[in-house]
Design a protein around this ligand. Structure first.
Ligand code: HEC
Length: 243
């Protein structure tokens, strides 16, 4: 064996050929799963895109580095499914640019957080986690309540997402600022446009509890409440595998 390698190393062409053969085996193993991608990635016709307010919240989530402590990907292992809910499917992150699966769980996974708590719970928790969970190690994010949300450029954010494949319509882009305001102000005239464009089930609510002013808190709570709820295909898959 060592003798063979010794001889191979002294034969330049032979060594190059051997490297090509060995490297292409590695390459094939990486590429092969892509040939069956159509069968492995499930379809979710009911999947909706993030609203402008949720997208703004997602940007804040990235800015504050929440992903450094929270993952958004439930693995297929039994303990994870029992603790967090149905395991994550590839299709559920198809509109996530960048993806926020994360690899660190100082806090719990939040892939199925939407609807688990009330808006008030989230506001109080982000304001000071220890008010609700005394032993919590999570930092307080008080400024989210004070900072007013920048919504003037949300149309451009949507357009940028469309450039990478998220199906936002011209109408959604043109109304992004109004929709962000409407989603956090159920009594405003802008609210109807949100459900018209993003579906009746869209969560239109006073996220931070205060009408009129839009804060970063509104955006991040809107985002947290939609996690795992853009489609219910994962819940259906779970049912099918139980039957
Ligand atoms: C230093 C690590 C750390 C960071 C950064 C962090 N968290 Fe947490 N988070 C935790 C821990 C630990 C818990 C569990 C204790 C608790 O509920 O407060 C938690 C819990 C939570 C929960 C409750 C989850 C559940 O299912 O009960 C939410 C929601 C949450 N964090 C959101 C956020 C958001 C949003 C951010 C960014 C603004 C963030 N976290 C940043 C550590 C962190």
């Amino acid at each position: 064996m060592f003798n063979f390698h010794y001889r191979l190393e002294r034969n330049a062409m032979g060594l190059v050929l051997a490297i090509v053969v060995v490297a292409s085996i590695g390459g094939l193993i990486e590429i092969a799963p892509l040939f069956t991608i159509d069968e492995t990635v499930e379809d979710a016709p009911d999947m909706r895109v993030y609203t402008p307010l949720e997208l703004a919240g997602r940007n804040i989530y990235i800015r504050e580095g929440c992903y450094a402590c929270h993952s958004q990907m439930i693995r297929t292992l039994r303990d994870e499914v029992e603790r967090y809910g149905p395991y994550s499917l590839a299709v559920e992150s198809k509109y996530d640019h960048p993806m926020l699966w994360g690899s660190k769980r100082t806090g719990p996974d939040i892939a199925r957080l939407g609807g688990k708590y009330s808006n008030e719970w989230h506001v109080a928790h982000l304001y000071n986690p220890r008010d609700l969970v005394p032993e919590s190690k999570m930092p307080a994010y008080r400024w989210l309540m004070r900072n007013s949300l920048k919504i003037g450029d949300l149309g451009e954010h949507l357009a940028a997402m469309r450039a990478v494949g998220v199906p936002y319509t011209d109408e959604m882009i043109a109304n992004a600022t109004a929709d962000a305001y409407g989603q956090a102000n159920p009594d405003s005239t802008q609210a109807a446009g949100v459900t018209a464009r993003y579906g009746e089930a869209t969560n239109v609510s006073l996220f931070d509890g205060k009408p009129e002013t839009l804060t970063e808190m509104d955006a991040i709570v809107a985002y947290l409440q939609i996690l795992g709820r853009l489609t219910d295909v994962a819940h259906k898959t779970e049912q099918a595998s139980v039957e």
